[in-house]
Design a binder for this molecule. Sequence first.
Ligand SMILES: Cc1cc2nc3c(=O)[nH]c(=O)nc-3n(C[C@H](O)[C@H](O)[C@H](O)COP(=O)(O)OP(=O)(O)OC[C@H]3O[C@@H](n4cnc5c(N)ncnc54)[C@H](O)[C@@H]3O)c2cc1C
Length: 416
Amino acid sequence: MADIPPTPITHLSEIEAAMAESVSKFANEVVLPRARDMDEAESMDPAIVRQLFEQGLMGIEIPEEYGGAGMNFTSAIVGIEELARADPSVSVLVDVHNTLCNTAIIKYGSEALRRKWLPKLATDTVASFCLSEPVSGSDAFALATRAEETPDGSFKINGGKMWITNSSEADLFIVFANLDPAKGYRGITAFVVGKDTPGFAIAKKEKKLGIRASSTCVLTFDDVVVPNENLLGERGHGYRYAISLLNEGRIGIAAQMTGLALGAFENAVKYVWNDRKQFGSLVGEFQGMQHQIAQSWTEIAAARALVYNAARKKEAGEDFVKDAAMAKLYSSQVAGRVSGLAIEWMGGMGFVREGLAEKYWRDSKIGAIYEGTSNIQLNTIAKLLQKEYTTWLQCLRGCGARPLLAVKHKAEAITE
Ligand SMILES: Cc1cc2nc3c(=O)[nH]c(=O)nc-3n(C[C@H](O)[C@H](O)[C@H](O)COP(=O)(O)OP(=O)(O)OC[C@H]3O[C@@H](n4cnc5c(N)ncnc54)[C@H](O)[C@@H]3O)c2cc1C
């Protein structure tokens, strides 16, 4: 194996860098000017959704043979981050669609499901990921939605879902329901449900604190019958699929949060280093301000390193679960801190709804909630750490490096 020295974790391949550049341009020229109005209207501009498809941002990892861009996971992360700099609502639409829904069909769908849905998902059909319910949030596998097999081999779904992102725009819903409650969570099975299926309804659109342009709805399933071919993967494997998809998805949310932190930071420094003078100086030149700015930038850089490290480990086929949890936990904390401070740096101008400062802060709060709350990330990190250290401590002398130092650079893993 060629001895290629490890590169800094946030370096991008040529394709990824081109992605960053084109999404950044799109985000600044098309998304940013609409962000405030969409937030006030609490709705996503359909023209933006159309352009996301035209830009190839809705089928980033979908293989080219199914009409997608055939890019890697890090490209999706780059795109999500760049979009969040302009508008975290647009970013999460792209994130959920790509990292959860497209990946679900790519990884677990039958060839028939892939042929039917992937070309649409890449070109004109938005998707939603439906796991949470009124009775099951953090305890996701306590879900109460039921599926039963009918004599002709179809499946009938009954129940309800809550807080489902993209549901106003979506035509395809990945739905988790229990096909065999006697087996507990091992009965959970995933299905593909089209919006027009009789018995399916959007019962309510939530009014929210942040990411207000992103739709979040309550869904009901009343004797929703789907054909046998809409079974996604294997019966009873739904919980495994959900865990695996959410582990990846968390890196996407972490990217959304670092993008948000960057956006809030840039929005504020533009003001304090260019526009606003007090006591005869730009306010960003006072040392008290500069220290906060420097501290915030350092935290953003640390969060980004965690995000890109998790993404690269996933791509390398290494275990990335702890890294994804750390990235999501930390980046959402940084997003909250930086966007909050950014308001203070801008004084009154940060507090009014004319600019975007207060919006970034409101939008940041969701990072600690969806795709596993911060406490759930901490649980995961602690559980995995304890396992690693217990294994190491139980090992006899000479069993090797300490757990955190055990990762060797794999040259082949980072080549694109
Ligand atoms: C805007 C938005 C969009 C969403 N989008 C989707 C979506 O597209 N698809 C989907 O399926 N779901 C979605 N969700 C649901 C989201 O994933 C859940 O809200 C989240 O998992 C938390 O569940 P909960 O709200 O029921 O909180 P709860 O589980 O009731 O948690 C409440 C509090 O208890 C704490 N807690 C719970 N259990 C533990 C524990 N074991 N240890 C320590 N603390 C604990 C939590 O950390 C939290 O602070 C979305 C939610 C929101 C708000």
